[in-house]
Write a protein that binds this ligand. Structure first.
Ligand SMILES: [Zn+2]
Length: 79
């Protein structure tokens, strides 16, 4: 059996505990870093006819321009 002094055992215990906490922190740091902070509810569109920019909710294939009241299809703003 390995004999340890109480101070050595305490240092090993504290070192392992610090490594565990550091590992959990690093894991959560990288997991939350890749996740977007908020998901957008609206999307930017450009009218095909009057070129005005407006926002509508996501996943709408046909949108209505608030400026000229025409219907637009798949006119999402491209970066
Ligand atoms: Zn328009």
């Amino acid at each position: 059996m390995i004999e340890l002094a109480p101070n050595t055992a305490l240092m090993i215990y504290l070192g392992l505990t610090c490594c565990l906490v550091l590992g959990i922190w690093v894991y959560h740091h990288f997991v939350y870093r890749q996740r977007p902070r908020f998901r957008p509810q609206h999307e930017l569109h450009i009218c095909e006819f009057c070129q005005s920019v407006y926002m509508t909710s996501l996943n709408k294939e046909i949108t209505k321009c608030p400026q000229c009241q025409t219907l637009n299809r798949d006119n999402r703003f491209q970066r």
